[in-house]
Design a binder for this molecule. Structure first.
Ligand code: ADP
Ligand code: MG
Length: 234
């Protein structure tokens, strides 16, 4: 059974008395354990789709089942709880808090989820070790390189042991070598059982995903490598 199932997704943004049709009818099912890249030209709706799938942005029409819940039928409290506890999100520009240390940034979602302080500290250390930054626990983001900041952001996204991680152009701000390290980290994460949905311009990143969903102009135009059971479901 898919853990993400989007049906008939349409997203329109009002714009100067008119509407921008960001998504024009997307159906997509993603299974547990998949590693999916969403690709396509700038402006084709990738970020919008990712936000809709992740429970961040309600579609104009259509439904999204995320981890068994009809996510936009939930009230805001339940929806943010789902996002906080079972979903991770990684942004192109990291979105770390500059005044907090790496460890404190990673602890933040755990604090929100009510994890006790001692356990938070231990888990933050474990996660920063996992992403290769155990030696940078006390550093603040302005004193870290782009690649290091993205590792902290990944550790933060993993804080509450999400089942699905969404990433929007996670290597977009990084040079090739640093980007490759981030991809390797994603591969390890997927091998450890986390479902990954990654929006990317970077063919390098896309080639290393097992499935590639290609978008153009607000729709899915090709879908390579979907699991057979999902494909036959359509
Ligand atoms: N908040 C918004 N208001 C108006 N138009 C938007 C908004 N967000 C995105 N769009 C438009 O929707 C389309 C898809 O955008 P986006 O999903 O960001 O594309 P991508 O991530 O593939 O570059 C674009 O035409 C963009 O300008
Ligand atoms: Mg985008």
């Amino acid at each position: 059974m898919p853990i993400i199932q989007a049906r008939g997704i349409i997203k329109e943004y009002p714009y100067q008395g008119d509407a921008v049709h960001a998504l024009r009818g997307v159906d997509l099912a993603i299974d547990r354990g998949e590693h999916v890249a969403v690709v396509g030209p700038s402006g084709c709706g990738k970020s919008t789709l990712l936000n809709v799938l992740a429970g961040i942005e309600p579609p104009t029409r259509g439904t999204v089942e995320l981890l068994g819940d009809d996510v936009y039928a939930l009230d805001e409290g339940r929806r943010s709880a789902l996002r906080l506890r079972r979903v991770g999100f990684i942004f192109q520009r990291f979105h770390l808090l500059a005044v907090l240390t790496a460890a404190e940034n990673v602890e933040l979602p755990m604090a929100e989820a009510g994890v006790p302080a001692r356990e938070r500290r231990d888990r933050a250390r474990e996660l920063l070790d996992y992403v290769g930054l155990g030696h940078r626990m006390g550093h603040r983001p302005p004193h870290l390189s782009g690649g290091e900041q993205q590792r902290v952001a990944i550790a933060r996204a993993l804080a509450n042991r999400p089942e699905v991680v969404f990433a929007d152009e996670p290597t977009g701000e990084l040079d090739r070598r640093t980007g490759d390290e981030i991809i390797a980290l994603f591969e390890r994460l997927n091998a450890d059982g986390t479902t990954l949905v990654i929006v990317t311009h970077d063919m390098h990143v896309a080639q290393r995903a097992r499935r590639r969903v290609e978008m153009a102009d607000g729709i899915v135009v090709r879908d390579h490598g979907a699991p057979a059971d999902i494909a036959s479901d359509r």
